[in-house]
Design a binder for this molecule. Structure first.
Ligand code: NAP
Ligand code: ZN
Length: 348
């Protein structure tokens, strides 16, 4: 077995702390990765605090992983030692259902295997994520990080990047389309940059005025603060597509009215409690309300290559592993500009 050092949650209420555990020795198709950086996604916080159901403690979170190949199993063909690679939210899937066959492992009919807080498909061990120094993953779930992307900035693309890229592609963001991004956090700021590069007209809907300058600097054409409610009248019927990245409870009915005839509001944010909706604004203008979950492996590679080509990277603040708990507190206060990334080389 391979010895691993990590940062784990031991219960919903305690702070995270150091944890030693083992990773499997590489099987034929496995890649052993020395983790250099791991992003902090709000999903890590929802999970370790058991906001989505009781977590299987101890949990080593982290699904925005960037690192360097340490070793490969004898039958690995796609990766070699020294290569820059990434791992996102999935480490396995059934690989044979209709959705996996369409490169939509994220919608695997038997359920994909999460990078942490899940069980390996053979039941051998719980999966543990990227707040650690090493991980072992089958090659089908490893991504190539293009040379143009530095590893620290590549990490958040593995979840935040693909979670916005996939719905923007699916709902055809591009020239002539008016796209709004709700919430300028880790996911939202990637949505702004990617939608802009796709050629859409981009608006940020934020719950205060504080991020206006940042949003415009990142490429948004317009910034709208929703805090006093006047925006819902002023911008009624404006958008083809709205993507909701907000991690907190909201009254969605207000937002449906911002869509044009046949517009779509796509939710990617996953707050603890159900969102309230009134069907009236949907019915009135044949509007759609939809959801989207990360993206498949092929599309994730496409997104990484797109970001490298268009010079797109997240805005990050690097923290040592000892400051994960402080970082969580700041994420919850929306006080992150715009993604924390843990420097895993500093793990004790
Ligand atoms: P984040 O960095 O904390 O960003 C969330 C943003 O929501 C904040 O920056 C803030 O933006 C807004 N917000 C926060 N509290 C709010 C409140 N009380 N009222 C209104 N707006 C508020 O989180 P993230 O990492 O981007 O993740 C966002 C959500 O997506 C989480 O629920 C996460 O679990 C989920 N997620 C889903 C997927 C998927 O595949 N569907 C993948 C990853 C994450 P403003 O300050 O601009 O308003
Ligand atoms: Zn995530």
């Amino acid at each position: 077995m391979i010895q691993a050092k990590g940062i784990a949650a031991f219960s919903a209420k305690e702070p995270l702390g150091p944890y030693s555990f083992t990773r499997r020795d590489p099987k034929d198709h496995d890649v052993v990765i020395d983790i250099k950086y791991c992003g902090i996604c709000h999903s890590d916080i929802h999970t370790v605090r058991s906001e989505w159901g009781e977590a299987a403690y101890p949990v080593v979170p982290g699904h925005e992983i960037a690192g360097i190949v340490r070793a490969v199993g004898p039958k690995v063909t796609k990766y070699k030692v020294g290569q820059h690679v990434g791992v996102g939210c999935m480490v396995d899937s059934c690989q044979e259902c209709a959705h996996c066959e369409q490169d939509l492992e994220n919608y695997c009919l038997k359920g994909f295997t999460g990078t942490y807080n899940a069980m390996e498909r053979d039941g051998s061990a719980p999966t543990q994520g990227g707040y650690s120094n090493v991980i072992v993953v089958r090659e089908e779930f490893v991504l190539n990080i293009p040379e143009a992307l530095p590893l620290d900035k590549a990490a958040p693309l593995l979840c935040a990047g693909i979670t916005l890229y996939s719905p923007l592609r699916h709902w055809k963001a591009g020239p002539g389309k008016k796209v709004a991004i709700m919430g300028l956090g880790g996911l939202g700021h990637m949505g702004v940059k990617i939608a802009r590069a796709m050629g859409a007209d981009v608006t940020v809907l934020s719950h205060s005025d504080r991020k206006k300058e940042d949003a415009l600097r990142m490429g948004a054409h317009h910034f709208v603060s929703t805090h006093d409610g006047s925006a819902f009248e002023k911008y009624a019927g404006q958008f083809d597509l709205i993507i909701n990245t907000v991690s907190a409870d909201l009254n969605m009915g207000d937002y449906f009215g911002l869509l044009k005839l046949d517009g779509s509001l796509v939710v990617v944010g996953l707050p603890e409690n159900p969102l309230s909706i009134s069907p009236f604004p949907l019915v009135m203008m044949r509007r759609s309300y939809a959801g989207s979950l990360i993206g498949g492996i092929m599309e994730t590679q496409e997104m990484l290559d797109f970001c490298a080509k268009h010079n797109i990277a997240p805005e990050i603040e690097i923290v040592p592993p000892t400051q994960v708990n402080e970082a969580y507190t700041r994420v919850i206060k929306s006080d992150v500009r715009y993604r924390f990334v843990i420097d895993m080389s500093k793990i004790a």
